[in-house]
Write a protein that binds this ligand. Structure first.
Ligand code: UDP
Ligand code: MG
Length: 311
């Protein structure tokens, strides 16, 4: 029996990219001796995405759509696709729907999987095409992630990878509210292999990850994999207390030696504002974790399915 592979593609307002992507994928899979299906997950698009997907799924037998009830975000959309097919295929490839992940890499992913690797992930070469800001923010992001959390992240990894059925089934059981899939895939272990590639430009349309969204994603990633920011708050608190104590002792000694001294208002106000700010920052860090607990405690599903033609 031919082995089967599903390619899962989260798509949010990608109407102008679907045609090109399907064409490129079709050309790629002609030479692959597997039973391959495409699962397009429509993440609550407001353009023609769903209509086009429904049309394409009638035209081609190997194309399926999964329509979510609203926009749940890239990570949840990807999970929806993986959950849908995890029991029917031998491996799952995930990629973006905007042509940034070149389909020609797919045969390489499969080759490594055949060699026995259970996760074949990709690393994007730093590229001028991506733009200075995206490259820099991406590097900053991974630098911070590695400092602040307990697992190693490689710069340039995105959600373009192949996972074996085994990994997909394990992953499917994760019910984390704020999914950070590349972190989870790193965390689960198994035999992993990295492939380097040069990304393309987005074929058309705009990136849905604005700077604000990327920063939120970074905070989600860090706080999902580590409580280090909380212990940093303790260390900060202790160091400041020790500093204040030393300052107090020196001040007392100074007054005994030189007689009473009157300190200036400016320094007092600066200190009050500084520590006020610091208190708020630390409270904010604690707040982020409490917020996560709150959202998780509701146990809401990661996504809701509106319709699909799968099976
Ligand atoms: N995406 C999604 N839901 C969202 C935002 C994005 O499914 O809420 C999809 C999008 O259609 C694309 C992929 O996630 O296939 C990556 O998004 P994008 O290209 O905007 O991000 P970038 O490549 O700029 O990081
Ligand atoms: Mg993109």
């Amino acid at each position: 029996m031919n082995k089967s592979i599903a390619i899962v593609i989260p798509s949010y307002n990608e109407a102008t990219n679907i045609d090109v992507l399907i064409q490129a994928l079709n050309e790629t899979i002609i030479n692959i001796n597997y039973n391959i299906k495409f699962i397009f997950v429509d993440d609550g698009s407001s353009d023609e995405t769903v209509a086009i997907l429904k049309e394409k799924s009638k035209e081609y037998q190997h194309i399926y759509y999964l329509e979510l009830s609203r926009n749940f975000g890239h990570q949840n959309a990807l999970k929806a696709g993986i959950d849908l097919v995890k029991n029917d295929v031998d491996a799952i490839i995930s990629m973006d729907g905007d042509m940034q992940h070149p389909p020609k890499i797919i045969p390489k992913l499969i080759e490594k999987w055949e060699e026995g690797f259970e996760v074949v992930y990709t690393i994007r070469e730093e590229d001028k095409k991506l733009g200075f800001v995206k490259n820099k923010t991406s590097n900053l992001f991974y630098g911070m992630m590695n400092k602040l959390s307990d697992i190693k992240f490689e710069p340039g990894t995105a959600d373009f990878r192949l996972i074996d059925k085994k990994v997909a089934q394990v992953f499917s059981d994760f019910t984390e509210n704020e999914l950070f899939i590349r972190g989870i895939i790193n965390w689960v272990g198994f035999k992993q292999y990295a492939i380097h590639y040069e990304p393309n430009e987005r074929y058309s349309g705009k990136s849905k990850y604005t700077l604000g969204k990327m920063m939120r994603f970074a905070v989600q990633g860090i706080t999902s994999f580590s409580t280090k920011p909380l212990s940093m708050a303790i260390i900060l608190g202790i160091s400041l207390s020790v500093m204040a104590f030393i300052f107090y002792i020196s001040y007392v000694l100074y007054s005994i030696y030189y007689g009473h001294v009157i300190s200036g208002w400016a320094s007092v106000i600066t200190t009050v504002v500084f520590f006020g700010g610091l208190n708020l920052v630390v409270l904010g860090i604690i707040g982020v974790y409490i917020g996560k607990l709150f959202m998780q405690s509701k146990g809401r599903p990661n996504y809701l399915i509106s319709s699909t033609n799968y099976k």
